[in-house]
Design a protein around this ligand. Structure first.
Ligand code: GTP
Ligand code: MG
Length: 138
């Protein structure tokens, strides 16, 4: 059974949307097997998004992710990585399909409410970034 890392981003925690977003995951058949609310430091956000370090929006992205608390979660289910990305919708909410989290809640391509791992390799790295094995309760 597959696992993926989800982050409910600062624009969403700030607007009290955590519960509504978790409901979307659960309605899609994803199970929350680990969850915590944390406030990332700028250095932690930078390390998490290191793969984007060369992109023009990297500084803005890291400052945004460290601006308010986030909720980091491990979601489990059949094909959880792809299923989570389906539920999230396109990166830019203008392109996101109806019913997706980003269509309903995202404010812009930057403040887009959720993060989800994009491959098995990134899911493994990102889960280990935030959680120890003992914290995953399937
Ligand atoms: P994540 O699940 O957050 O990784 O989103 P993604 O995989 O749909 O997008 P990608 O990995 O390409 O970009 C990572 C994140 O960088 C996005 O979710 C956005 O928050 C942010 N981002 C991407 N493009 C832009 C941009 O043009 N401007 C700004 N400010 N942020 C961007
Ligand atoms: Mg990505």
């Amino acid at each position: 059974i597959e696992r993926t890392l989800s982050i409910i981003k600062p624009d969403a925690t700030k607007r009290n949307l955590t519960g509504k977003i978790v409901a979307k995951f659960e309605d899609a058949g994803l199970r929350v097997v680990a969850s915590k609310r944390i406030h990332l430091s700028l250095a932690q956000a930078g390390a998490f998004y290191a793969e984007h370090a060369a992109r023009g929006f990297y500084g803005e992205l890291c400052e945004f992710m460290a601006s308010e608390p986030v909720v980091v979660q491990v979601l489990q289910g059949e094909g959880a990585i792809a299923k989570n990305r389906d539920v999230m919708g396109a990166t830019n909410p203008a392109n996101a399909a109806d019913g997706t989290i980003r269509k309903e809640f995202a404010l812009s391509v930057g403040e887009n409410s959720v993060h989800g791992s994009d491959s098995e390799a990134s899911a493994a790295r990102e889960i280990a970034f935030f959680f120890s094995g003992l914290e995953l309760v399937g």
